[in-house]
Design a protein around this ligand. Structure first.
Ligand SMILES: Cc1ncc(COP(=O)(O)O)c(C=O)c1O
Length: 388
C-alpha cells in the first residue's frame, strides 16, 4: 500500500475548506473595506451595508426574518447564548431545561454549568440509532420547563432527529425549542417556521465558509439575555466589533449551499451509499446511527477487535484523513458518549471510525479508501490485543 500523492480529506464534519468563491467575496473586507459597522462615516456604512446584506442571505436559507439572525463567532457561542440567555431571561417562569444525551459538548457543558447555577436539567436517552423520541420530550415537559434543546443532526453518527415533531410539541406546550443545526445547516432543508423552531445555531466553517463566523436564529418575541455586554451590536444581544469579512464569507457560503443543495445531496448520497454498502462487506463491521435517517455525508462504523486510533493512524500514513468522533472529543481517551448512549460497549466505541464526505470528495477517493481499508483492518486484527 502506497501513500497517495494527493491527500484525501474525509473529515468534513470537523471542518471544511473555504470555497474559493467565498474567499473571493471576503477579500475586499480584509483590505480596503475594513470599516467598523458602528462608525458613521462611509467606511463604517460600507461595512454596515455588507453586514445587513449578509444577514438577509443567512436568514433566507432557513426562512427567518432578517432581524432574527444574530451573528456570533461559532456554534459553540451560539449554543451557549441560546441556553444561558434563555435560562436567565426566563428564570422567573421556571428553571427546567430538557436536552438529549447525545448533544454536542457545548450544549452538555452549558447545561452542566446551568445546573450548578440552580437550573434543573433532564437529559433524554436515545434509541440504538441515536433517535430522541418526541413522546419522551412530551412526557418530560413540566410546568417549570422553559426550554427544550435537541440537535438537528448528530455530529458523530449523523442521525437526523425528528425536530419537526418535537417543535410542534414544544409549541403546543408553550416551551421554547432550540436546535443545534451545526451539522445540517446548508446540507438539508430547514424551515424554522414549518419546524416550529424558536432558536437555532449554525456555524460557517462546517459549510465551506471561514472559521470565526456563525449565527443564532432567535425568533421574534423570544426572551433572551445577552452573554456579551458591550456597544449594542447585534441588536444588543452580542456586544463586540462585528467580524465583517468572516460574516460576508458565511453569507456567501449560505447562498452557494442553498443553490447547490439538491444536486450536492444527490451526488454525496450516491457516494455515501457506495461507501457504506462496501465497508459493511468487511467481516465484523457495523454501521453506527440510523440506516436512512442520517446525514448523507456521514458514515460511522465500528469494527470488532480494532482500536479506532490505530486505524486513523494507518489511514493517515496513506494520506487519508478520517476521525473517531467529534473533533472536540477525539483528543480525550474516554469512549464517545454518543456511542455509549446508543448502546455500544466502551471497547466497541473505541473501535469506531467517522468518515464525512463533502464538496471535493470524488468517487475515486471512495474507491481508494475501499481498496486499502480491508487490508489495514486485517493487519490490525492480526496484532490486536482484543482477541481475534
Ligand atoms: C453539532 C455541533 N454543534 C456545535 C459544534 C461547535 O461548532 P463550532 O466549531 O462552530 O464552535 C459542532 C462542531 O463540531 C457540532 O458538530
Amino acid at each position: 500500500m502506497t501513500r497517495k500523492s494527493k491527500k484525501i480529506y474525509f473529515d468534513y464534519a470537523a471542518t471544511t475548506p473555504v470555497d474559493p468563491r467565498v474567499i473571493k467575496v471576503m477579500l475586499p473586507y480584509l483590505g480596503k473595506k475594513f470599516g467598523n459597522t458602528m462608525s458613521i462615516h462611509s467606511f463604517g456604512q460600507d461595512a454596515k451595508i455588507a453586514l445587513e446584506k449578509s444577514r438577509e442571505q443567512v436568514a433566507d436559507l432557513i426562512g427567518a426574518k432578517v432581524n432574527e439572525i444574530i451573528f456570533t463567532s461559532s456554534a459553540t457561542e451560539s449554543n451557549n447564548l441560546a441556553l444561558k440567555g434563555v435560562a436567565f431571561a426566563n428564570k422567573n417562569k421556571g428553571k427546567h431545561i430538557i436536552i438529549s444525551q447525545i448533544e454536542h459538548p457545548c450544549i452538555i457543558e452549558s447545561s452542566n454549568w446551568l445546573e450548578k447555577q440552580g437550573f434543573k436539567i433532564t437529559r433524554l436517552p436515545v434509541d440504538k440509532y441515536g433517535l430522541v423520541s418526541p413522546l419522551d420530550v412530551k412526557k418530560a415537559i413540566r410546568k417549570d420547563t422553559i426550554l427544550v434543546s435537541i440537535m438537528h443532526a448528530n455530529n458523530e453518527i449523523g442521525t437526523i432527529e425528528p425536530i419537526e415533531k418535537i417543535g410542534k410539541i414544544c409549541r403546543q406546550k408553550k416551551v421554547y425549542f432550540h436546535t443545534d443545526a451545526a451539522q445540517s445547516f446548508g446540507k438539508i432543508p430547514i424551515d424554522v417556521n414549518k419546524m416550529n423552531i424558536d432558536l437555532l445555531a449554525a456555524s460557517s466553517h462546517k459549510m465551506y465558509g471561514p472559521k470565526g463566523a456563525a449565527c443564532l436564529f432567535v425568533r421574534e418575541g423570544v426572551k433572551i439575555e445577552p452573554l456579551l455586554h458591550g456597544g449594542g451590536q447585534e441588536m444588543g444581544l452580542r456586544g463586540s466589533t462585528v467580524n465583517v469579512p468572516a460574516i460576508v464569507g458565511f453569507a456567501r457560503a449560505c447562498e452557494i449551499c442553498e443553490k447547490e443543495m439538491e444536486k450536492e445531496s444527490r451526488r454525496l448520497t450516491k457516494l455515501g451509499n457506495k461507501l457504506i454498502k462496501n465497508v459493511l462487506k468487511i467481516e465484523n463491521s457495523h454501521l453506527n446511527g440510523h440506516p436512512t435517517k442520517r446525514l448523507f455525508n456521514n458514515a460511522n462504523f465500528w469494527f470488532s477487535f480494532i482500536e479506532g486510533e490505530s486505524l486513523i493512524i494507518q489511514l493517515d500514513l496513506l494520506g487519508i484523513a478520517v476521525s473517531t468522533g467529534s473533533a472536540c472529543s477525539s483528543m480525550k481517551l474516554e469512549p464517545s458518549s454518543v456511542l455509549l448512549a446508543i448502546g455500544l460497549k466502551p471497547q466497541e466505541a473505541h473501535g469506531s471510525l467517522r468518515i464525512s464526505l463533502g464538496r471535493w470528495t470524488k468517487e475515486k477517493d471512495i474507491d481508494y479508501f475501499l481498496k486499502v481499508l480491508p487490508k489495514i483492518i486485517k493487519k490490525l486484527r492480526e496484532i490486536s490485543p482484543y482477541g481475534k
